[in-house]
Design a protein around this ligand. Structure first.
Ligand SMILES: NC(=O)c1ccc[n+]([C@@H]2O[C@H](COP(=O)([O-])OP(=O)(O)OC[C@H]3O[C@@H](n4cnc5c(N)ncnc54)[C@H](O)[C@@H]3O)[C@@H](O)[C@H]2O)c1
Length: 263
């Protein structure tokens, strides 16, 4: 019997994170070839340790904010024999990552242009550069799909009070960048439609990653299902979007948020 992602070669940015590593594992299980990329470091090393022996797995260091790296990436992976037909714009600076260990999270009034632009550079300009490179190297040459990753905070405002007293907050540039991500999806969907390329957005809700009971309670109260998602529940939908069964979908945002956005 055919596996769900037979014939798919999925290129993923930010592959070593909570969700990225889940996508890699699940996609390999259902027949995909996976070209994983991330910043060099511990996350990437863990991913390589987990899948390095699998002939359907390849890994490349890639900073999506560095134009020279993005311009070369598909040429590099193609020279090694991979032919990505699904591209996943998954890399992002999240609030937790932005400030780094020990640095206090700034109020909006104290948010520096540098921190705002650093987030936009990875989350939005980086995603744009990947999409532009896909246009140059893949789109029109063979059928392809781009999946952009937004958030429940793309088209809905962050609920600031749930972060009171928490070690992390929701950062202004995060929501701004994620709204822009969906803007890019709808812009590109029509632009690529006649070249056999689809582009959709997945908008995950709050994903559990060791959060405190108190935070789970606060965020759960905003979610119809009254709980955070498990990474595999986001991956279930990502697998569908990456499969041939999503072939007639383009320009859509798919919310996987336990009902958060429907209330
Ligand atoms: N976890 C959630 O609750 C949640 C909710 C909604 C949306 N999302 C989105 O899902 C995606 C994955 O999130 P996650 O929870 O796995 O986050 P994560 O922080 O665990 O992983 C993000 C990954 O992006 C990488 N990255 C950061 N800057 C980069 C750069 N310049 N170039 C390349 N890679 C870079 C990091 O190294 C990391 O591996 C992100 O786009 C995030 O915004 C996550």
């Amino acid at each position: 019997m055919d596996k769900q992602l037979d014939g798919r070669t999925v290129f993923i940015t930010g592959s070593g994170g909570v969700l990225g590593s889940t996508y890699v594992r699940r996609m390999l299980e259902v027949g995909a070839k996976v070209v994983a990329t991330d910043l060099p470091g511990a996350r990437a090393d863990t991913l390589k340790e987990a899948h390095g022996d699998n002939p359907n797995f390849g890994y490349y260091d890639l900073n999506v904010g560095v134009e020279e790296e993005v311009v070369e990436i598909f040429k590099r992976v193609m020279a090694d024999g991979w032919q990505p037909n699904v591209v996943l714009n998954n890399a992002a600076i999240t609030g937790e990552m932005l400030m780094g260990a020990g640095k206090p999270f700034p109020d909006f009034a104290d948010t520096s242009v540098e921190d705002f632009e650093r987030t936009m550079r990875t989350n939005l300009t980086g995603a744009f550069m990947i999409a532009r490179q896909m246009d140059r190297d893949i789109v029109g040459k063979y059928p392809s799909a781009l999946i952009n990753v937004a958030s429940m905070y793309a088209l809905n405002g962050a609920h600031h009070p749930i972060y009171d007293g928490m070690p992390f907050k929701n950062f202004s540039a995060y929501g701004v960048s994620k709204a822009g991500i969906h803007g890019m999806t709808v812009w590109l969907a029509g632009y690529w439609a006649k070249r056999d390329a689809t582009v959709n957005t997945i908008a995950p809700g709050a994903v559990f990653n060791g959060h405190s009971e108190e935070f789970q309670k606060r965020v759960g109260a905003l979610i119809m299902q009254d709980r955070m998602a498990q990474p595999d529940e986001i991956a279930d939908v990502m697998l569908f979007l990456a499969s041939k069964h999503a072939g007639h979908m383009t320009g859509q945002m798919v919310n996987v948020d336990g009902g958060f956005s429907a209330w």
